[in-house]
Design a protein around this ligand. Structure first.
Ligand code: PLP
Length: 464
C-alpha cells in the first residue's frame, strides 16, 4: 500500500515512512492510496476468531511488505496482552438496542492504549531496521501522555519526554505518568498551562537543528498507524453483533476525530456500518459543521470530558479529503481559509456526502451528569463522562434499523469527581493501578522556557 498527503504535496510513501513521520511534509495528513476491502465471506470467516487474528486481517492490507502476517500477529498479540480482559475490547449490553464497546481495559484505563500499544511496537521494529533512535516529545492534559509512556516504556529505540502543566492535571492522571520507572521515560512539569506545554512542543519541532539532532518524533492522534489500530475494534464488535449479515451503527465520543475516522475506514473495508454518529460535548465544532456546513473554530470550554475539549479536530481533514472526491487542491484551499480566518464553508456536495453516513449530536454538562445518573440507576453501572456523552447522544438517535454501539472510551475511575457528583458513588481504581497511589513519583519542574526544556532533553536523551 502506498500513501499520499491530503494536501497534494507529498505522495508515494510506504507504510514505514508514514509510521515514522506522523505529519506529511506538506503539513497534510497521510491517507492510503485506496481502501482495501474484505468480502462478506472473508468477514464471516473471522467471526469467533481471537482479537489478534481479526487485527491481522484488518491491518495487513495497509501494511504491505513492512511485516509478514506472522510478524504482525506477534505485534498485535503482544499489544492485546497489555489488556486485562480476554476479549481485549469486549462488548456489553446497556439497553434493548444499545451496546457499550469497552475500550478501557488497557494499562492506563482509556482507549488510547489500544493504538499506542500497537504503535510503540511497530515503531521499534521500523527503527531497528533503520538502526535509528528517536526522541518522542509530547504535551498532555491527561490521557495521551500516560498511554504513550506506558507503551514506550519498554522501547529499545525511543526516549520519551512528556510535558504536562504543573499542578494542573488530576492526581491519578499525574501519577499514571510519573510513577513509571524506566530509564527512557522523563516527565516534565511546566510552570504554565496546557497551551504553554503544547506551544513548547510545537516550537521544538520548528527548531530545525534541535529536531534533526534529537530525531524528534510525535505520537499524536494524526499518526496513521494509530487510526489503523483502532479499526480493529470496530471489526471485532461488528462481527460479534452479526456483521456482515446485520447492519451496525456506532456513536463515538469525539474530539480529534481519530476514533470515529477508524469507523469510517472499517466501513470502507466492507463492514455494514449503517451510521456513524459524532457525539460532542459543548465543544461542538463538528456537530455544527454537519448541521450548518460551516466549520468554525471557537473558544475551548473546559468540561467533565476533557479529552474532547478541542477547538480544531485534526483528523476531520482525512474525511474531508474523501468528501471532496480526493481533490487535494480544494482541500488545501479550505485548510488555508481555516488558518487565515478560523473557519471555512463546506461545499454543499461534500456536506450531503457526509450526511449520508454521519449524524451528530451535542451534549451539555447537565445532560452528561443526568446520563451518568440514569445509567447508574437503571443498570447499576458507573460510566465515565466521555462514555456518557456517547450514550446520551446514542439514545437520542431514533430508529432501530441497526444495532447501536456506543464507544466507552475511559474507565469511570479516571474521572471520579464527575461520576461521584452524578451518582453519589465513588468509582474504585482497578487493582492493577492501585499501586500508583503509593509509588514514588519522578518528574522535573521546568519554567515555560524553550531553552531550558531543550537543554533538559538534550542532557537526558540517549541520542544526544
Ligand atoms: C482522546 C479521547 C477521546 C476522543 O477521541 P478522538 O480520537 O480524539 O476523537 C474520547 N474519549 C477519551 C476518554 C479520550 O481519551
Amino acid at each position: 500500500m502506498r500513501y499520499l498527503s491530503t494536501r497534494g504535496g507529498d505522495a508515494d510513501r510506504s507504510f514505514q515512512d508514514v509510521l515514522l513521520a506522523g505529519l506529511a511534509a506538506d503539513g497534510g495528513l497521510y491517507v492510503p492510496a485506496r481502501w482495501p476491502a474484505l468480502s462478506a465471506a472473508d468477514w464471516r470467516a473471522l467471526r469467533n476468531q481471537p482479537w489478534a487474528e481479526v487485527a491481522v486481517a484488518v491491518m495487513h492490507p495497509f501494511i504491505g511488505d513492512f511485516l509478514t502476517e506472522a510478524e504482525l500477529l506477534a505485534v498485535v498479540e503482544a499489544a492485546a496482552g497489555a489488556f486485562d480482559h480476554a476479549a481485549t475490547t469486549p462488548l456489553s449490553q446497556l439497553d434493548d438496542n444499545l451496546w457499550l464497546l469497552e475500550l478501557f481495559h488497557g494499562p492506563t484505563l482509556a482507549f488510547k492504549d489500544v493504538a499506542m500499544q500497537v504503535l510503540a511496537r511497530l515503531m521499534d521494529i521500523a527503527l531497528h531496521r533503520r538502526d535509528a533512535r528517536v526522541t518522542i516529545i509530547g504535551a498532555t492534559s491527561g490521557d495521551t501522555g500516560s498511554a504513550a509512556i506506558e507503551a514506550f516504556r519498554h522501547s529499545k529505540r525511543a526516549d520519551i519526554f512528556i510535558l504536562h502543566p504543573h499542578e494542573r492535571v488530576s492526581a491519578v492522571q499525574r501519577k499514571q505518568m510519573t510513577t513509571v520507572d524506566a530509564p527512557n521515560v522523563r516527565n516534565i512539569a511546566i510552570e504554565g498551562d496546557f497551551d504553554a506545554c503544547q506551544a513548547l512542543v510545537k516550537r521544538m519541532f520548528n527548531d530545525r537543528p534541535f529536531r534533526e539532532r534529537m530525531n524528534l518524533a510525535g505520537v499524536n492522534s494524526i499518526n496513521w498507524a494509530r487510526i489503523l489500530a483502532q479499526v480493529v475494534y470496530y471489526a471485532t464488535s461488528a462481527l460479534a453483533l452479526g456483521a456482515p449479515d446485520r447492519a451496525i451503527a456506532y456513536t463515538v465520543p469525539t474530539g480529534n476525530f481519530g476514533d470515529i475516522f477508524a469507523g469510517y475506514v472499517a466501513r470502507q473495508m466492507g463492514l455494514p456500518i449503517a451510521r456513524l454518529v459524532i457525539a460532542t460535548n459543548v465543544n461542538d465544532i463538528l456537530h455544527r459543521a454537519l448541521e450548518t456546513g460551516r466549520y468554525e473554530t471557537g473558544e475551548v470550554i473546559a468540561t467533565t470530558s476533557p479529552s474532547m475539549d478541542i477547538q480544531v479536530s485534526s483528523n476531520f481533514e482525512r474525511l474531508l479529503f474523501d468528501a471532496l472526491d480526493r481533490d487535494a487542491a480544494a482541500l488545501k484551499g479550505l485548510m488555508d481559509n481555516l488558518a487565515q480566518s478560523g473557519g471555512f464553508t463546506l461545499p454543499e456536495a461534500a456536506v450531503d456526502w457526509m450526511r449520508r453516513l454521519f449524524a451528530s449530536g451535542r451534549t451539555d454538562e447537565s445532560a452528561v451528569l443526568a446520563e451518568i445518573r440514569r445509567t447508574w440507576e437503571e443498570t447499576g453501572r458507573l460510566i465515565d463522562p466521555h462514555t456518557a456523552v456517547a450514550t446520551a447522544v446514542a439514545r437520542a438517535q431514533a430508529g432501530a434499523e441497526a444495532a447501536m454501539v456506543a464507544l466507552s472510551t475511559a474507565h469511570p475511575a479516571k474521572f471520579p469527581d464527575a461520576v461521584a457528583r452524578a451518582t453519589g458513588h465513588h468509582p474504585e481504581l482497578p487493582d492493577k493501578v492501585q499501586h500508583i497511589m503509593e509509588a514514588e513519583e519522578r518528574f522535573t519542574v521546568l519554567p515555560d522556557d524553550l531553552a531550558a526544556v531543550e537543554a533538559f532533553i538534550s542532557a537526558n536523551a540517549a541520542i544526544a
